[in-house]
Design a protein around this ligand. Structure first.
Ligand code: C2E
Ligand code: MG
Ligand code: MG
Ligand code: MG
Length: 282
């Protein structure tokens, strides 16, 4: 048919592509609305020491969607990063986590706990980042020495001098830095010397097969030895059983995170599981 053929030539996308584009656009406007409407929630996962005591928590964002239920970060962090929504999202998580840290500081049993917050590349490189973090720390009364910002290696694809400068500005105020998912990114080992880091987190993928895969065992041992010679603290991520703990302990690891010790949970559950409660003025 001549008429419909003419119309068809104006169709640039095939229907599947169009569906993907529409779904993304919907997710983006949903997420924008979610940040505004308070649908984001912060979960906390415990970080333990070798004696099995709680030493801190990692803040992990969740999206409590009215229709879809609990949405995990894998479904929306990349989109937030691509659209710039990560700045507002990140500030929300930072503020919530710092408020919690300030509450913990008020009680002797929790005042030594640290709080780790994930920071994505676009958030870190955003113009106002340093001032925003310092502003949140000041407003919430959180102790910056108990705050750890988790960066990933892909952050280093940007200007490294600029990255080091920003890190230094925050470090001068006491804020700590951790390199997350270590071992799976792009960075060369020379960055470990250049960046003012305090901690490395061994990526979960190495820890999960450490008992069955000889190369993963070698990699984990090597990371532990390297980090210790650079005087960096190491956290093993994704620890799921006591055999993994034994392997890690015998190779000098002193910090652990994973389902074996506790899953990420809302603050009330976190505090109940660990036997304390924040004092919240009525
Ligand atoms: P991550 O920072 O490496 O966080 C650890 C992830 O591993 C979390 O997934 C946690 O639930 C999961 N995990 C911890 N222990 C275990 C374990 O023993 N077994 C298994 N299978 N998984 C474990 P989650 O919460 O889904 O977060 C995924 C990623 O999303 C995070 O990886 C982080 O890169 C990103 N993310 C989460 N919250 C934020 C945020 O507030 N800001 C930014 N920029 N990124 C975030
Ligand atoms: Mg992390
Ligand atoms: Mg990680
Ligand atoms: Mg990650």
């Amino acid at each position: 048919e001549a008429k419909s053929a003419g119309r068809n030539t104006q169709r640039f996308f095939d229907p599947q592509m169009q569906a993907i584009v529409n779904a993304r656009a919907n997710l983006e406007s949903d997420l924008r609305q979610a940040i505004h409407d308070g649908e984001l929630q912060v979960y906390y996962q415990p970080v333990m020491n070798g004696s099995g005591s709680l030493v801190g928590a990692e803040a992990l964002v969740r999206w409590r969607h009215p229709a879809r239920g609990l949405v995990m970060p894998i479904e929306f962090i990349d989109l937030a990063e691509q659209t710039g929504l990560i700045v507002d999202l990140g500030n929300f998580v930072m503020r919530t986590a710092c408020e919690q840290l300030a509450l913990w500081a008020a009680s002797p049993s929790t005042q030594a706990l640290t709080m780790s917050v994930n920071v994505s590349p676009r958030q870190f490189h955003n113009q106002g980042f340093v001032d925003e973090v310092l502003g949140i720390v000041a407003q919430t009364g959180a102790n910056p020495a108990r705050l750890k910002l988790e960066l990933t290696e892909n952050l280093l694809l940007g200007d490294v001098n600029e990255t080091v400068n920003r890190m230094r500005q925050l470090k001068e105020r006491g804020v700590g830095f951790s390199l997350d998912d270590f071992g799976v990114g792009y960075s060369s080992l020379s960055y470990l010397k250049r960046l003012p880091l305090d901690q490395l987190k061994i990526d979960r993928s190495f820890v999960s097969d450490v008992l069955s895969d000889v190369s993963d065992a070698v990699i984990v041992r090597t990371i532990l030895a390297l980090a210790h010679s650079l005087e960096l603290e190491v956290v093993a991520e994704g620890v799921e059983n006591s055999e993994q703990v034994d392997f890690l302990v015998s190779n000098g690891c002193k910090r652990f995170q994973g389902f074996h010790f506790g899953r990420p949970v809302p603050i009330g559950e976190f505090e109940r599981l660990h036997g304390f409660a924040s004092f919240r003025p009525a």
